[in-house]
Write a protein that binds this ligand. Structure first.
Ligand SMILES: Nc1nc2c(c(=O)[nH]1)N[C@H]1C(S)=C(S)[C@@H](COP(=O)(O)OP(=O)(O)OC[C@H]3O[C@@H](n4cnc5c(=O)[nH]c(N)nc54)[C@H](O)[C@@H]3O)O[C@H]1N2
Ligand SMILES: Nc1nc2c(c(=O)[nH]1)N[C@H]1C(S)=C(S)[C@@H](COP(=O)(O)OP(=O)(O)OC[C@H]3O[C@@H](n4cnc5c(=O)[nH]c(N)nc54)[C@H](O)[C@@H]3O)O[C@H]1N2
Ligand code: SF4
Ligand SMILES: [Mo]
Length: 863
């Protein structure tokens, strides 16, 4: 591979030349000198994007070198705290393996382990080549044959991802939501009417049910959660439901090592106990109208009969609702027989434990919190179980109460300028076309909170591209050109091998990246991106707890190499090149519609454009518009200095009365989902049962509208593949971006059961014995999807019958640290996505990576 020392030296020389030629110094960040008086360097505000929490941070530089990172002390939500991960970002930005200059491929052969023969080229040559290819599509009337994929992005991502593609004339741009966690939002929407993640009032919660949630290691608040967890543990009962002893489970009151994929049964049994014991929250849900009082545990409800008795159907007319809706129907359809004994057989958790947990959860009432996360919802049939987990919040009435679950506090951002005037007839036509990811089918609902078939299914793009030429289904067609940025589908998508074949098949592929990566190895042109945290303009909006924030990203240091900002500078430069070739619409839009909100000036170059785009999007945080939502920062300069806009605290009970879509209530019987499924049935001229069946669910009739248990989907027969495979996010994963950091490898053992610089499959000692294995043995783990080679480790933290491995190792092309032998494309361990087949939760269109999706066999092999 030609990414060697000589090319890098050449590349950096090119970089200096490029800066000199444009005369632009993009280093205009505003430092906050107000803190740490005894230090000689300066602190600059920016934003970590190690995970979705997007914590505001401050970076300390001395002589233009980054020395340390702290949480931004101006941030209310995090209290200025961060998790350990952003410290690895320093290793990322200074990583010697970074892509330092544009490169072009010289070896036409593409495949895993094939040297692309990359050679450095100038930005001009790279952009000219790409623009020529784009113009070729345009001239042939084939703009729709450009596909675009993105992964993580900043708040100005749409400048490139949406606006560029819309104006160019392709409907085929796809985000990575479907490989992330959209099923979680779907479950919240179906019960509570919010297509979004929840926020949690950690320090006020008295009882937690953690459905696979490990907040001190991952999930969406680990900055704040890590800092307050000691206090949380002092004040709350914590029950963790996970086949693996996670970091949170290790410190919990109880660990419930569930059989993967059976969460729906456990959640329904917990609901059953809460109802039969009369522990539901009558003020929130409602209550029976009359009858003699016979509640087992509550003592303040007179003259009412609890008709929820195991096995007995309840007459709906006897119940009167407050904020709840359809509880009796849920009971009759899915709960009356869901006893702890029934669930114990399915989920492998003892009946008496189920009863104990349910009783505690019910007792703490609206200060209890049921926190469902991807382990529970990103399963093929996972939404129904996740709905059940969220319905427990409805049962105890912990919706927007002290210690309960919340939506995000408001913090409005600006809008990108309207692009309509800049669309030609071709672009208008494209806007009406179907995207080719095959989401518009009876068996893919892909609801996004607004409309069906709208959530993108980027993970299906590989299958679409791999269709035999001339035999395209779903109205799809060949893809002639692909651009992707900040994503690595050849590693991060389940069934990853599909993307290797698909990217090899696409005639022209451009990858915009900071690092070499598995996907980058298939590129015809590589464009080097500035690092998201330290080298560019951007911003993020996020929430933790009851506060939201808008946080700036600014160039903390002068970019190290000849790189450009993916979302703005590269978009601008490409627009310029297209204009030179006679297509000026995108350039006109960028240069005429984007005006600096302070000066009114339009951008004249890429660097100005990059900053102005961020100013437009963040203006409400500093121009007075958001003054009612939080602390107005008064000026752009002050925003950059302080680093973040803080919202006011989220109010209690804010959405009571407007919870479910049409009912306004918390829907235990989801009228919202019923309406949606009926809409699909009408569209495809069939009945709801047929829709639900085609999506692979077991439910029929009313059951399809209520939370319930569905048998988990498992690939591989039990005889050939005796073990259920499960996996977890590593604590130091910065999504898929940290494996080349020495700190990641050195501290890999912060994940319970893991080993530094290694990739181990964690097997219960009883299964190790059956397999005749000892710790350290090299094993081949095989599923119907593929095989990986890793080390075996005996570990009591894995449920017997299940084998568990962290996600994150197995990179063969991510750099010298990540790979065991980078030069020869030899990975360190194995990529879970080489053994996880690609299948979907089809209500949201998400890939399912959990719930014991596949079985595996384990075989000892030579080291
Ligand atoms: N088996 C398994 N698969 C998973 C997951 C899992 O837990 N298990 N997690 C899933 C989830 S939740 C998500 S969100 C996805 C994430 O998956 P992706 O969206 O594919 O993101 P990453 O894997 O983080 O890869 C990002 C790539 O972008 C490049 N890059 C890094 N920094 C920058 C930058 O600043 N700018 C640009 N332009 N490029 C950069 C690097 O090449 C890196 O490989 O993975 C999913 N895949
Ligand atoms: N440290 C760290 N934090 C992150 C990220 C990161 O890369 N690193 N990425 C961020 C992103 S993009 C996302 S989407 C979120 C993801 O949020 P997380 O909550 O971190 O999601 P996962 O890592 O997918 O969840 C995996 C957990 O589910 C458990 N599990 C698997 N199957 C089952 C099952 O059938 N039932 C139950 N009950 N448990 C099961 C696994 O053992 C594991 O503990 O995290 C964010 N936070
Ligand atoms: S929680 Fe996520 S965004 Fe916050 S500091 Fe840690 S990695 Fe960065
Ligand atoms: Mo994600």
């Amino acid at each position: 591979m030609n990414i060697n020392r000589r090319s890098f030296l050449k590349a950096s020389a090119l970089g200096l030349a490029a800066v000199a030629a444009t005369g632009v110094t993009p280093f205009t960040a505003v430092a906050d000198e107000s803190h740490k008086p005894n230090q000689t360097g300066k602190w600059t505000a920016t934003t970590c994007q190690g995970c979705t929490a997007s914590c505001p941070v401050k970076v300390y530089t001395q002589n233009k070198r980054i020395l340390r990172i702290m949480g931004n002390w101006n941030c209310t939500a995090t209290g200025g705290k961060i998790c350990p991960k952003p410290h690895l970002a320093i290793q990322q930005v200074y990583d010697p393996d970074r892509i330092k200059t544009p490169m072009k491929r010289t070896n036409p052969e593409k495949g895993r382990g094939v040297d692309p023969g990359f050679v450095p080229i100038s930005w001009d040559e790279a952009l000219d080549t790409i623009a020529d290819k784009l113009m070729e599509l345009k001239k042939n009337g084939e703009t729709k044959k450009l596909a675009f994929q993105k992964g993580r992005s900043t708040g100005v991502g749409d400048v490139l991802y949406k606006k560029f593609n819309i104006l160019f004339g392709t409907p085929n741009y796809f985000g990575h939501g479907d490989i992330c966690a959209e099923a979680e939002k779907m479950a919240n929407w179906a019960t509570e009417g919010t297509f979004s993640y929840h926020n949690y009032d950690l320090t006020n919660t008295k009882c937690f049910l953690m459905w696979s949630t490990d907040p001190i290691s991952s999930n969406r608040m680990s900055g704040w959660a890590s800092s307050v967890w000691g206090k949380v543990m002092d004040g709350a009962k914590i029950y963790v439901i996970d086949p693996r002893l996670s970091a949170t489970a290790a410190k919990a009151d109880k660990w419930l090592p569930i059989i993967p994929g059976t969460d729906g049964a456990l959640a329904c049994a917990i609901a059953h106990v809460i109802l039969t014991k009369g522990l539901w929250n009558k003020k929130f849900v409602g209550d029976f109208k009359q009858g003699p009082w016979n509640y087992e545990l509550t003592d303040n409800y007179n003259n009412k009969a609890n008709l929820f008795k195991a096995g007995e159907t309840v007459d709906e007319s006897k119940f009167e609702y407050n904020q709840g809706y359809g509880l009796v129907r849920w009971w009759n359809l899915a709960l009356k027989d869901a006893t702890p004994e029934w669930a114990a057989d399915i989920c492998g958790v003892e009946a008496k434990v189920i009863t104990e947990v349910a009783t505690q959860f019910g007792k703490y009432g609206d200060a209890s919190c049921s926190w469902q996360s991807p382990g529970t919802n990103m399963q093929v049939r996972g939404v129904y179980g996740a709905m059940a987990a969220n319905a427990l919040n409805g049962l105890v009435g912990s919706i927007e109460t002290k210690g309960g679950v919340f939506r995000s506090a408001s913090a409005s951002t600006g809008k990108l300028p309207d692009h309509n005037h800049f669309r030609d007839s071709n672009a208008r036509k494209a806007a009406k076309m179907k995207a080719i990811d095959g989401r518009i089918r009876k068996d893919f609902l892909n609801y996004n909170g607004k409309a069906i078939h709208s959530n993108e299914t980027s993970s299906r793009l590989a299958d679409v591209i791999l269709q035999e030429d001339g035999h395209y289904e779903d109205g799809s067609y060949e893809i002639k050109m692909l651009i992707s940025y900040w994503c690595n589908y050849c590693f991060s998508s389940t069934g990853a091998q599909r993307f290797e074949r698909a990217y090899a098949k696409v005639p022209f592929y451009v990858n915009i990246t900071t690092m070499p990566s598995e996907s980058a190895m298939f590129a015809d042109i590589l464009l080097p991106a500035k690092h998201y945290m330290f080298e560019r303009w951007g911003f993020m909006k996020a929430s933790q707890g009851l506060y939201s924030y808008i946080s700036v990203q600014q160039p903390v240091i002068t970019p190290l190499w000849d790189t450009k900002t993916d979302e703005t500078e590269i978009a601008w430069e490409l627009a310029v090149k297209l204009k030179e070739r006679g297509f000026s619409n995108i350039y006109n839009y960028y240069s005429k519609a984007f005006c600096d909100p302070e000066t009114g000036n339009c951008p004249t170059n890429a660097a100005e454009f990059a900053e102005i785009a961020v100013k437009i999007m963040t203006a409400p945080a500093w121009n007075g518009k958001n003054a009612k939502q939080g602390t107005d920062l008064g000026s752009w300069r002050n925003f950059c200095s302080k680093g973040c806009f803080n919202s006011k605290k989220m109010g209690y009970k804010k959405h009571w009365g407007s919870l479910g879509q049409d009912t306004g209530k918390f829907e235990f019987f989801s009228e919202s989902l019923k309406t949606l499924l009926e809409q699909v049935a009408t569209q495809y001229k069939c009945d709801v049962n047929s829709v639900v069946e085609s999506m692979g669910f077991e439910a029929r009739d009313g059951l399809a509208f209520v939370p319930h248990y569905e048998t988990p989907v498992r690939y591989g027969d039990e005889k050939t593949y005796p073990y259920i495979f499960e996996e977890h996010r590593a604590r130091l994963n910065l999504e898929g971006r940290s494996a080349n950091c020495v700190g990641y490898q050195e501290f890999k053992d912060t994940d319970p059961g893991d080993v530094a610089w290694d990739d181990v499959i964690k097997i219960n000692p009883s299964d190790m014995e059956d397999l005749g294995l000892k710790t350290g043995d090299t094993v081949e783990v095989t599923s119907p999807q593929g095989s990986i080679i890793v080390h075996a480790k005996a570990w009591e933290g894995t449920r017997p019958g299940v084998v568990i491995k962290a996600y994150g190792q197995g990179h063969w092309a991510f750099g010298h640290v990540a790979a065991a032998d980078f030069k020869n494309f030899k990975p360190r361990g194995g990529n879970n996505n080489d053994i996880l087949p690609c299948d979907w939760e089809r209500l949201s269109g998400s890939t399912a990576r959990h719930g014991g999706l596949t079985r595996v066999s384990i075989k000892k092999v030579e080291a």
